[in-house]
Ligand binder design. Structure first.
Ligand code: FES
Length: 370
């Protein structure tokens, strides 16, 4: 299903000059705050994008075409943006990879979002976001992209929605007519729910430099379905000579890291994660009572659920961004008690210590400045 609309382009030049003068009269706000009431895309104090098209890739994955507002800057293929959306009165932020190439000549870009179980924002985007909606977005970020100059021969290994950064890279290389010899191993449950499946197959059939190996994990026995060194040798015998760009679930990425490390080639493996890499939860991990002191809310918690999720489930709305321990937007102060960093398993128990609540769980009772 596709729905779309055309968008009048904001004229940035005259707005910027006018703002300089009118800001004096708008104090303590800025002109941009009032302009936002007319057209959110013309604001300069924060970035918005308007949904101009939605396209269902599969039954639970949707591509959203966005018209960004003033001050947008082009992305590098493989980069991601932060998207913030109010759902049921609360503001949620997530990070999504841009799936379009920067070579689009209409100034728009796309994100491709798969609905995940229990994912409040992904559910909203895939089921309820509609053409004409405005959403706050951040600027493109991330260092998972192809180098500009060196003539590499890429090997892409992707799974599920991990295809999105690779898709942006492939589309960009094709738009620039400089696609080098490329091998792509992609894992998806079935043929029918392979995101961008038709486009990838068409590319494989029509482009002599692009070699796709599509593995449908639900159609095969467990051994054949998952990444293995044997499969790698079969699909890409010269993998040692290539730079590998990989994105997918933690199990796949861990197997790739082990394979490249064993071969002494870790520097040729480039990985993009959607989730933090977590340490195993020890058998003796205990939960406790979490007190969100500033909000006056107490919650009983297990020793596994991250504190950000716990706060949100309790009706709070602490600031957050990536939800995987990178951006530090969720940092808060530990007032008392003990928490466990779910990535390393390390305890944090010094009052006054900074806690990244998206990647920490309580370890006994704790009190946080939220
Ligand atoms: S939300 Fe980014 S580090 Fe926690």
């Amino acid at each position: 299903m596709t729905t779309s609309m055309s968008e009048p382009k904001p004229s940035k030049g005259w707005l910027a000059k006018l703002s300089t003068i009118t800001d004096m009269f708008a104090y303590p706000l800025r002109t941009s705050h009032y302009v936002e009431l007319v057209n959110p895309l013309w604001t300069t104090h924060r970035m918005h994008a308007r949904v101009v098209e939605v396209w269902d890739e599969t039954r639970d994955c949707r591509t959203i075409t966005l018209q960004p507002g003033a001050n947008w800057r082009l992305h590098r293929p493989g980069q991601h943006i932060r998207v913030g959306i109010p759902v049921d009165g609360r503001h949620y932020t997530r990070t999504y990879t841009i799936s379009s190439p920067p070579e689009r000549d209409d100034g728009r870009f796309t994100i491709t979002v798969k609905k995940i179980d229990g994912g409040r924002l992904s559910h909203h985007i895939v089921r309820h976001l509609k053409v004409g909606d405005h959403i706050p977005v951040g600027l493109p970020q991330g260092d998972f992209y192809l180098p500009d100059a060196s003539p590499i021969q890429p090997l892409f290994i992707t799974a599920g929605s991990g295809i999105t950064p690779a898709m942006s890279m492939l589309r960009s290389l094709i738009a620039q007519q400089r696609l080098p010899d490329t091998v792509h191993i992609h894992y998806a449950p079935h043929e029918f729910d392979t995101i961008f499946g038709k486009e990838l197959r068409k590319l494989d059939a029509g482009h002599r430099h692009y070699h796709l190996h599509e593995v449908h994990t639900r159609k095969q026995d467990g051994r054949a379905a998952h990444f293995s060194r044997d499969a790698l040798e079969k699909f890409c015998p010269d993998w040692r000579e290539r730079d590998c760009y990989a994105c997918g679930p933690p199990g796949l990425l861990a197997a790739l890291e082990q394979t490249w490390e064993d071969a002494g080639l870790s520097n040729r493996l480039h990985i993009e994660r959607f989730r933090a890499e977590l340490a195993p939860i020890p058998d003796d991990a205990v939960g406790g009572k979490v007190r969100f002191a500033r909000s006056g809310v107490d919650v009983d918690a297990d020793g596994q659920t991250n504190l950000l999720r716990l706060a949100e489930d309790a009706g709070l709305n602490p600031p957050h961004g990536c939800r995987m321990g990178i951006c530090h937007t969720c940092n808060t102060t530990l007032k008392s008690g003990c928490v466990r960093d779910l990535r390393s398993g390390a305890f944090i128990n010094e009052p006054g210590a900074i806690v990244q609540v998206c990647v920490c769980a309580t370890a006994g009772d704790c009190e946080l400045d939220i």
